[in-house]
Design a protein around this ligand. Structure first.
Ligand code: GDP
Ligand code: IMO
Ligand code: MG
Length: 426
């Protein structure tokens, strides 16, 4: 049985939480494979309750499903426990969550360093979520990280924290003029937290491979999006992991040949949080309209999201770098009420027309959108349940996106609710 990957096709916040929740009924496992609590995934249940998940897979809201935080994720132990108790307080059964022994921990010094480096960068800042994500991945790659399994061995944990703080305290104090962190305090806190999730620690790659051998279906839930990928995104304005589909195999420990479907979650317009280039960004009243109509405020940081028109160059690029088999097109309802809906079909870079993502970041920064105007629609879409229920111009908009990106749209979101979804055979 297959593994299905679900990824963000743009700069995150495309509606991955809702899409995971919809698919959860058809799978046995949901796995997070990268990122950490920089993510904010919203799920609205049929009874109207809404949940914001940061670190825990969105599958936790479907009873009976097994959920995994994979080796590719960075875990802040305090955040993990708070999120678990928040869910439990609302009656969610969390007993089916396992955490990879090999996932790296976000330590208090990572959060401190994330904040001070951003301040140090000034105008050149990335606009991170300030959750310690980048510094934790830096330590992973530098081979000085602390892993989940280390909470089970106090001696090793202390050695690692001592070695890390030897250097990091000098940096915090001498370069950034911050207070040094105390080894005992850090070790004690992590051990205390660790005791509370020790029984969830597992060799999750073994669990997942056995599940696949037993014909169970595994859904790999990406966080962030294609253009925030550290390799394929708008570097350096990216996150420090690989949200793209290839990252799903690495971050969960299954073979890439187990992945049979890659679903791209694609917003019917474009948003981004934080710094970096955004060719179709609208800095005028129309941008403000999309922000209001779409409720575009960050789930994790509360920052207003930057908004712009749909960009087919990004859609095509996402299809290529992820091997997208089909798209879930979200938030089509938000575009109701516009006379015309522009779609960016290509860029003009220094006077030359280009159809594909420019090779250099300089060119991405210089890219001006080339628009095609599509006629809009005024009907409220929130009650549409079949493709034929949509007004003709909304159908034409979807079909044009399929033509321009080269992948079929298998589902369309017309509201935040689980049932506010149109599915299509593609
Ligand atoms: P994620 O990070 O990709 O999971 O997305 P977020 O949860 O950060 O942002 C998506 C927002 O759009 C959430 O508030 C969702 O409830 C909402 N949403 C998802 N799909 C739709 C849709 O089709 N229509 C509307 N109006 N809202 C949607
Ligand atoms: P979901 O999963 C949107 C952005 C930050 C910043 C950059 C790097 O909800 O789609 P980081 O803290 O990761 O080092 O910040 O990435 N970013 C997101 N933007 N949605 C997210 O997650 C994001 N996670 C990180 O705003 O620009
Ligand atoms: Mg989000």
């Amino acid at each position: 049985m297959p593994a299905i990957v679900l990824i963000g096709a743009q700069w995150g916040d495309e509606g991955k939480g809702k899409a995971t929740d919809i698919l959860a009924g058809q799978v046995q496992w949901v796995v997070r494979y990268q990122g950490g609590n920089n993510a904010g995934h919203t799920v609205v249940l049929p009874d109207g309750q809404d949940f914001a998940l940061h670190l825990i897979p969105s599958g936790i809201l479907t009873p009976g499903l097994r959920n995994v935080i994979g080796n590719g994720v960075v875990v802040d132990p305090g955040v993990l426990l708070d999120e678990l108790s928040g869910l439990e307080a609302r009656g969610v059964d969390t007993s089916n969550l396992m955490i990879s022994a090999d996932a790296h921990l976000i330590m208090p010094y990572h959060v401190a360093i994330d904040k001070v480096t951003e301040r140090f960068l000034g105008k050149a800042k990335i606009g991170t979520t300030g959750r310690g994500i980048g510094p934790a991945y830096q330590d992973k790659v530098a081979r000085v990280g602390v892993r989940v399994a280390d909470v089970l061995d106090e001696k090793i944990l202390r050695q690692k924290v001592e070695a890390a703080l030897d250097l990091k305290n000098q940096m915090l104090v001498k370069v950034y003029n911050r207070r040094a962190l105390d080894v005992d305090e850090v070790v004690d806190t992590v051990l205390q937290h660790g005791r509370r999730f020790a029984e969830r620690i597992a060799d999750t790659r073994l669990l997942l491979n056995k599940a696949l051998e037993n014909d169970e279906t595994v859904l790999l839930e990406g966080s962030q999006g294609t253009l925030l990928d550290v390799d394929h995104g708008t570097y350096p304005f990216v996150t420090s992991s690989n949200p793209t589909a290839g990252g799903a195999a690495v971050g969960s420990g299954i073979g890439p040949n187990k992945i049979t479907r890659v679903i791209g979650i694609l917003k019917a317009y474009t948003t981004r949080v934080g710094s970096g280039p955004f060719p179709t960004e609208l800095l005028d009243a129309m941008g403000e309209h999309l922000r209001k109509a779409g409720g575009e405020v960050g789930v994790t940081t509360g920052r207003p999201r930057r908004c712009g028109w749909f960009d087919a160059v990004i859609g095509r690029y996402a299809v290529r770098v992820n091997g997208i088999t089909d798209f879930f097109l979200t938030k089509l309802d938000v575009l109701s009420g516009l006379e015309n809906v522009p779609i960016c079909v290509g860029y003009e870079v220094d006077g030359k027309r280009v159809d594909d993502m420019p090779m250099t970041q300089t060119d991405v920064h210089h890219a001006l959108p080339v628009y095609e105007e599509l006629p809009g629609w005024f009907e409220d879409l929130s009650a549409c349940r079949t493709f034929d229920d949509l007004p003709a111009n909304a159908r034409a908009y979807v079909q044009r996106i399929e033509e321009l990106t080269g992948a079929p749209v298998s589902a369309i979101g017309v509201g935040p609710g689980r049932d506010q979804t149109i599915t299509r055979d593609v």
